[in-house]
Ligand binder design. Structure first.
Ligand SMILES: C[S@@+](CC[C@H](N)C(=O)[O-])C[C@H]1O[C@@H](n2cnc3c(N)ncnc32)[C@H](O)[C@@H]1O
Length: 220
């Protein structure tokens, strides 16, 4: 009988523990006045923004891929939107979407103060409906809406992405609830979503365990 080689174990262990996360956040460069104020606003008012570590990853993906047209689904007070708008540069376009008009009003002021108001189109209502009406393909679609809608977003977003475009989603590791018994509706939806993006033959997907997990899918 031939001896079976051991199954590779790729785990490192001990990396995404609180002390290491603290270190990562301590290493981040300071944000400008507007972004710092937005971070404080989000903390004070319980607005679940991506925060600076994830925002920098989003910015990098946009810059590396040369994205000029970005559709953001779920924008709240516009924190991630400003990072996208800075990444696309002059002549780029970012679509802000949120269901709450008060968020949009706040976001508009922040955009003007950040000097990126002209690059951003604000749309108030259902992000899925707005995306389904779009005719032109996008370079990046960023998904940060209600988690129960994630499987629906997967089906809807892909036809609106150019070939080589990025479909990026926040919260795909959902505070680790994915590995706990009796998942609730949001957790079930994220589990289904992750299976869809990881199994799709038209996507090349990685999941990055930064903060609450970000998935990055390249459309073939
Ligand atoms: C996690 S927050 C977005 C945070 C933002 N991406 C950031 O990091 O700065 C989610 C937002 O999506 C909005 N939202 C949820 N489902 C939506 C939908 N179907 N259409 C539009 N907005 C939605 C909520 O109102 C909420 O403000």
């Amino acid at each position: 009988m031939t001896k079976q080689s051991p199954k590779p174990d790729w785990r490192m262990g001990g990396i995404t523990v609180p002390e290491v996360e603290d270190y990562l956040y301590a290493m981040l460069p300071a944000r400008d006045e507007v972004l710092s104020e937005m971070e404080a606003d989000a903390a004070k008012n319980d607005v679940p923004i991506v925060g600076p570590a994830v925002a920098r990853v989003l910015y990098q993906f946009a810059v590396i891929s040369g994205a000029k047209k970005i559709f953001e689904m779920g924008s709240a007070i516009g924190y991630s939107t400003i990072w996208w708008a800075r990444a696309v540069g002059e002549g780029g376009r970012v679509i802000y979407t949120d269901g709450d008009p008060k968020n949009a009003e706040k976001a508009r002021h922040y955009f003007d103060r950040a000097g990126v108001g002209k690059r951003i189109t604000i749309r108030v209502g259902d992000a899925l409906e707005f995306l389904s009406e779009e005719k032109e393909p996008y370079d990046i679609i960023f998904n940060d809406v209600d988690k129960t809608d994630y499987p629906r977003v997967f089906r809807l977003a892909l036809p609106h992405l150019k070939s080589g475009g990025l479909f990026i989603t926040d919260n795909v590791l959902w505070s680790g609830k994915l590995r706990k018994p009796n998942p609730d509706a949001q957790t079930k939806a994220i589990l289904e979503f992750n299976k869809l993006i990881c199994g799709s033959p038209t996507l090349f997907t990685t999941i990055l365990p930064i903060r609450d997990g970000i998935s990055v899918c390249v459309k073939k």
